[in-house]
Design a protein around this ligand. Sequence first.
Ligand code: HEM
Length: 450
Amino acid sequence: MTLPANQRPVPGPRGRPILGMMPEMVSDMLGLFSRTAREYGGIAQFKLLNKSYLLVTNPDYVKYILQDNYKNYIRGRSVETGRVLLGNGLPLIDGDFWLRERRMLQPAFHRERLGKLVNTVTAVIDTFMQDWAERARQNQTLDLDNEMMRLTLTVIIKSMFSSPIDDKIPALSHAFNVASKFMLWRSQQMVQLPLSLPLPRHIEYNRALHVLNDTIYPLIAEARKHPKDDLLGMMLDMRDADTGEGLSDKQARDEVVTIFFAGHETTAATMAWAFYLLSQHPEVEERLRMELKSVLERRAPTFADLPRLVYMQQVLNEVLRLYPAAYLFAREAIVDDVLDGYHIPANTLIFISPYVGHRDPKFWPDPERFDPERFTPEQAASRPRHVYYPFGEGPHVCIGNNFAGMEMQLILAMALQRFHLRLVPNHPIALKPEATLRPKHGMKMTVEAL
Ligand code: HEM
């Protein structure tokens, strides 16, 4: 294509005929993205099976796409495969539909509202800690990846529904896990067959979907009759400012499943990496324990304590810099655009990777080093604002970031008050970039009561 004189071509690797960079993408996606950004700069183009994609890592360009001109850069095709389970949940919609929904849901996630959920969250964490104490007595190891997945799923289910549902949690969690694994698997298939075809995977998925829906719809009906102060109650309470309408049952169901999905694996993965990094940096862990002692003096943390755990917040920020659970997300251009002289044709799919951006040596000296000091107010102020975006940025910024922050602080505080966790010697550490950035071999740790 010939570009107008004032436009420049986007650089990028040539790749192989037909396949483009597909082999590299399949064998080591994060390696491919990191190398591409390093070699070609903050905007690069590459081909996968003859289709062109962009990788954008320059923080100003990221801001332009996610914020300044976000209306032209929608989620579009990039999230289509999620629809099978999540329906029209917030991350899968765009335009006016998204705006109306976001405005309705936003207040349920405000910091002050979240204070009402703290007791629910701490009660779940406490149950897990009691189990860990028993495991410590028996010298058993824990897979922190698995533990955190179970913990955060229970937290989000119980925060959503405060009615007594303990007896339903195992079946609901199982159905949700089967359904979300299926969604991921399906998103990786070249051809997506109709779900009505009686293949074993489809049958298993359809069963799981029934369990999910048969559990969630009655809980929504019950919550409409007897409103509660839980996440669902807050969501159902909201009204569209223009029409006065609230969420329909179907929309409420989609948002419940979406929040289970968006709000548990991300937090779980971050916590698994946090425990790993602390086990490798005893001096950081020691300082965290000192902060906990001075702020909490051995009692359980409350909502009011959380802003005072300043060093803990720095540690979590640094964990999310090195291992941003949402390591990659995408946008699709609606119409042709020009970004700093680069032509972006309509329909282009654009990858944005906090994992790559957060390791850019221009903004993060010695980027592989774990150093919570990067997030002291002074150091944070010395960096451009848009180089750190573990929760995204612009209007689609994570709606659950305060919830995640609260939950992660509570888990860390309650675990460190009671246990020493150490990585099992020689346990292999590698990245598994799938729906979120998780440890490929789990995170086997020994647990010792203090
Ligand atoms: C450490 C934990 C988390 C991380 C790293 C994370 C990351 C992100 C990111 C990067 C986005 C923006 C994606 C985009 O722009 O396409 C996002 C959106 C979203 N997140 Fe989170 N998230 C976390 C926890 C949560 C929790 C706890 C919830 C719910 C309780 C949640 C619900 C959502 C929803 C509904 C959206 C879509 C927002 C919209 O499109 O308006 N997330 N998250």
